[in-house]
Structures are given as structure tokens and as C-alpha cells.
Design a protein around this ligand. Structure first.
Ligand SMILES: [Zn+2]
Length: 256
């Protein structure tokens, strides 16, 4: 069984959230993905209402709401998303949304999420832009330390900085990883070996699979990922933990 903990709706289907959710569901069914965490993005061409309505039809999907901590009423927006719109988590994208992880509002929002029992996924893939903006693993660790009640997922496992992120996560029990995008982006490099080294060092705990669809189809990501994990000599029980078991325990699926 598989849980995909990091997907988005595809804007290219017919431009609507409904059309995108319908296509995503078709792909999830086809690949026998039992559950999928769909991340709303502020930069996409639909509102949180259109997004939440579109995915509510599909029992395989739950959403994370994307909020900018530099906009007014960020706490109210999060509460509305959780209590009224069926979202089960908060998504933050410091690079796309242009905010700093250590600013006062970000800390307040992430602390608040912890107070109301809502997990937070934070993009942690250092591309060239993010590196030029001063990307630092330390700012993720500082945020996690200031928000000890908040469970946070560092998405993409820190990209090529994975070993530093793993060392930090070992000191921070509220930190988790998804390994979406990075494993496939760096597939021809030495990074997958470093990622698997880091997973092993964490005993394959606190780490989940994600496809980052629509970067690739759901099926293609799944097949390529399993191939790399087997090439890296993970056994079936290790694969089961990161593809299903860990996420199944983490995401409070039926909370609402
Ligand atoms: Zn993503």
C-alpha cells in the first residue's frame, strides 16, 4: 500500500480545480495510491474555496492550505481552512511566497498551527534562487526549536543538503521529511545514496514518500522511486515504512 504525501493539482488539465482533481483521482486509482496529501498553492489560479470543494469529492484526498504569514489575518485563515474547509494541514513555501522562516509572523503562524494540532509542510528544496536568497538549514532548525509543539515536514528532504538536514532532524523530534522530487531530480548523481544513507541513519522513521505530481505522472514517480529504492538495497519492510506506514501514523486522516 502507498500513501503519496506531496502532490499538487495540475493547472494544465482544463484550467479548473475540478478538472484537475478529477484527473488526479483517476491517476491515484490507476496506481492504487490509497491516500494523497494535496497541497494548495497560493500561486495557482483558483481560490481556497474552489480547491477545497474540488478535492472534497474524493475520499483518497486531503488538502493542506497554503498561507502567506506576511498577509493579514493569517491565524483566522488557517482556522477557517481547518474548521470550515476540511484542510488537515498548513503548507508554507518560503521561496515562492517570499518570506523568511525566522520572521515574527512565520513563527507565530507555525506556533499557532501546533496549538491547534495542525501539521506544517515547509518547502526545503534549495534551487539556485533559494540559494541566492540565503537558504540555510539552520533557519529550519531554529523555527522547529521555536515551535516545539508543531509537527513539521521538511519537504524534499533538503535536496542536496540532505545530510545536514538529517543531522538537524536527529536533534528535533518534531521534524519529519518527505523525500519527494529530490530522489528523482538527482537520480543520476550521488544524492540518492546520501538520501538513503540519511533514511537509514534515522532508522527509516519520520520519512514519507511524495511524488510532487504534476512534475511527473503519479505512476511514473512511483515506479521510478521504487526502482531507485530497490537499487539502493532497501528491504521490503523499510520500503513499506517510508511508502506507507510512517505517513499512515502521521496524517490525522479522519480527524475532522
Ligand atoms: Zn511541491
Amino acid at each position: 500500500m502507498v500513501i503519496d504525501s506531496h502532490l499538487h493539482l495540475n493547472e494544465e488539465i482544463d484550467g479548473t480545480a475540478v478538472g484537475a482533481a478529477d484527473e488526479l483521482n483517476r491517476q491515484l486509482v490507476e496506481s492504487e495510491i490509497e491516500r494523497a496529501i494535496v497541497l494548495h498553492l497560493e500561486t495557482q489560479p483558483w481560490s481556497i474555496y474552489e480547491f477545497s470543494e474540488a478535492i472534497a469529492k474524493y475520499p483518497r484526498m486531503r488538502g493542506f492550505i497554503n498561507i502567506n504569514p506576511n498577509q493579514a489575518n493569517f491565524k483566522e485563515k488557517l482556522l477557517e481552512g481547518i474548521e470550515l474547509l476540511g484542510f488537515i494541514g498548513l503548507k508554507l513555501h518560503p521561496r515562492l511566497q517570499g518570506f523568511n522562516l525566522e520572521n515574527k509572523n512565520t513563527i507565530q503562524l507555525v506556533q499557532y498551527a501546533g496549538e491547534i494540532g495542525v501539521p506544517v509542510i515547509i518547502d526545503a528544496f534549495p534551487d539556485g534562487t533559494f540559494l541566492m536568497d540565503g537558504f540555510s538549514p539552520l533557519s529550519y532548525a531554529n523555527l522547529a526549536q521555536k515551535c516545539p509543539k508543531t509537527k513539521m515536514v521538511w519537504a524534499h528532504m533538503g535536496g542536496h543538503r540532505v545530510i545536514e538536514f538529517m543531522l538537524l532532524a536527529k536533534r528535533l523530534q518534531n521534524v519529519f521529511f518527505d523525500f519527494s522530487y529530490s530522489l528523482l531530480y538527482f537520480q543520476e548523481s550521488s544524492i540518492p545514496q546520501d538520501m538513503v544513507f540519511s533514511m537509514r541513519s534515522m532508522k527509516f522513521d519520520r520519512i514519507f514518500y511524495g511524488s510532487d505530481y504534476p512534475d511527473r505522472t503519479v505512476e511514473k514517480s512511483l515506479k521510478m522511486t521504487l526502482k531507485i529504492l530497490r537499487r539502493q538495497k532497501l528491504n521490503e519492510s523499510e520500503i513499506d515504512k517510508i511508502m506507507y506506514g510512517n505517513a499512515q501514523k502521521f496524517f490525522l486522516w479522519d480527524k475532522l
